[in-house]
Design a protein around this ligand. Structure first.
Ligand code: ADP
Length: 403
């Protein structure tokens, strides 16, 4: 069974083709700068294998239709490709950012599903239309392959109302769907599933805290295998300090900025999403650069690390209180998998809650999961690489086989 995973953004399409007989990657690619003067495509075939090869194209790519045609064209290229023709793709899994309250699980894409996705556009005005573009083009180009939507929000639909309700007038929830949804669900679910495997316990018996620290950051409390709280909210802006997003904020700051600086709501929203977080604090949003600057004595870089890891620690502690018993805390994504300092500072002071770090273990680097808690730690702590494409492919396989 060959599954194509598609993550369609506003000006890019990321894709990965997997052979699910052994979960190996047949190809991985990116079409970017769609709609710009000059577009770019790069597809790597059999990455990491001796037969690795790539196709690179620089040409105008007017829209998602052309982008997807070029992507499939590269996969089926006569000399370099890994497929004879597109009909060898057995199913397509699409990453969809916002499923609102309509989707608790991945689902086969039908006309009704497309309608529901359109209805949820107000909840994710930037992401859902781009995801829909990808879906519509893929359905047109690969008519025989079942298409599955895998939602960033679905895993968190198990949150109880005490966790997802904002304390706002109730009709905002009823009429406008204003509530917390949470994101990164595919990653949190994948990491939780893999951690249960490491613990040798069924997922439905595991209480976990999954810490996803990438460009976007979120922490999820998993009770008996399901999400019961998470730090991202109605949009991916709440909670932790992220690369360019502010995370938690006093909502009265909007009015203050408007009055004091004459900023419009749109300007404020853009600043909170694109100019805040680590970038806002120190001018850089890549943790590697921030550590290098901090090492040279840059106070603002030190401040950024301090604020980010303090917020992380605060939420880990809060979720320990929410869960009571915690089997494991798991770090994942770019920062979580690689940054020994952020992990150490995020766990500092949690000894009182049974979390003990093994310094030497924390200093290792590996592409495989590893434990960073000491032998006498009541709570295990792991580092576990996330793999959202594989997670989407597995979900797609499961849904296709179940129908
Ligand atoms: P995304 O959320 O876009 O999927 P990733 O999970 O790939 O992002 O994380 C990207 C971030 O991870 C980078 O911006 C950088 O801050 C951080 N990162 C990547 N490698 C390292 C490293 N070796 N040490 C510290 N941080 C890293």
């Amino acid at each position: 069974m060959k599954i194509l995973v598609i993550n369609s953004g506003s000006s890019s399409i990321k894709y990965q083709l997997l052979d699910m007989t052994d979960e190996s990657v047949l190809a991985v690619g990116l079409v970017e700068r769609i709609g710009e003067e000059m577009g770019h495509l790069e597809t790597k075939m059999l990455p990491g294998k001796p037969q690795e090869r790539k196709i690179e194209l620089k040409q105008p790519i007017a829209n998602h239709h052309e982008g997807m045609l070029a992507a499939i064209g590269s996969l089926t290229d006569e000399s370099q490709g890994v497929l004879q023709n597109a009909s060898e793709i057995d199913a397509i899994g699409h990453r969809v950012v916002h499923g609102g309250e309509d989707f608790h699980d991945s689902t086969i894409i039908t006309p009704e599903v497309i309608e529901a996705l359109k209805e949820n556009i107000p909840l994710a005005p930037l992401h859902n239309p781009a995801n829909l573009d990808g879906i519509e083009v893929a359905m047109e180009l690969c008519r025989d392959a079942p298409q599955v939507a895998v939602f960033d929000t679905a895993f968190h639909q198990t949150m109880p109302r005490r966790a997802y309700m904002y304390a706002l007038p109730y009709e905002y929830y009823q009429k406008n769907k204003v509530r917390r949804y949470g994101f990164h669900g595919t990653s949190h679910k994948y990491v939780a599933t893999e951690t249960a495997r490491l613990l040798g316990k069924p997922l439905k018996e595991c209480n976990l805290i999954t810490v996803h620290l990438g460009n976007g950051c979120s922490i999820t409390a998993v009770e008996n295998g399901v999400s019961i709280d998470t730090t991202l909210g109605m949009t991916p802006l709440e909670g932790l300090v992220m690369g360019t997003r502010c995370g938690d904020l006093d909502p009265a700051i909007h009015l203050f900025l408007h009055k004091q600086k004459g900023m419009s709501l749109e300007e404020i929203d853009a600043v909170l999403n694109k100019e805040s977080g680590l970038k806002g604090l120190c001018g850089m949003n890549d943790m590697r650069d921030i550590h290098a600057a901090a090492d040279k004595g840059d106070e603002r870089a030190r401040l950024a690390v301090e604020v980010q890891t303090y917020r992380c620690r605060k939420y880990i502690g809060a979720f320990m209180a929410v869960l009571g018993r915690v089997d494991a805390i798991v770090f994942t994504a770019g920062i979580g998998e690689n940054d020994t300092i952020v992990r150490e500072l995020s766990l500092q002071g949690l000894e009182v809650l049974g979390v003990r770090l093994d310094q030497a273990a924390n200093d290792q680097r590996s592409k495989e999961p590893f434990r960073i808690s000491s032998e006498d730690s009541a709570v295990s702590v792991f580092v576990l690489p996330t793999n959202e494409e594989l997670a989407i492919a597995r979900e797609t396989l499961q849904i296709v086989q179940g129908t």
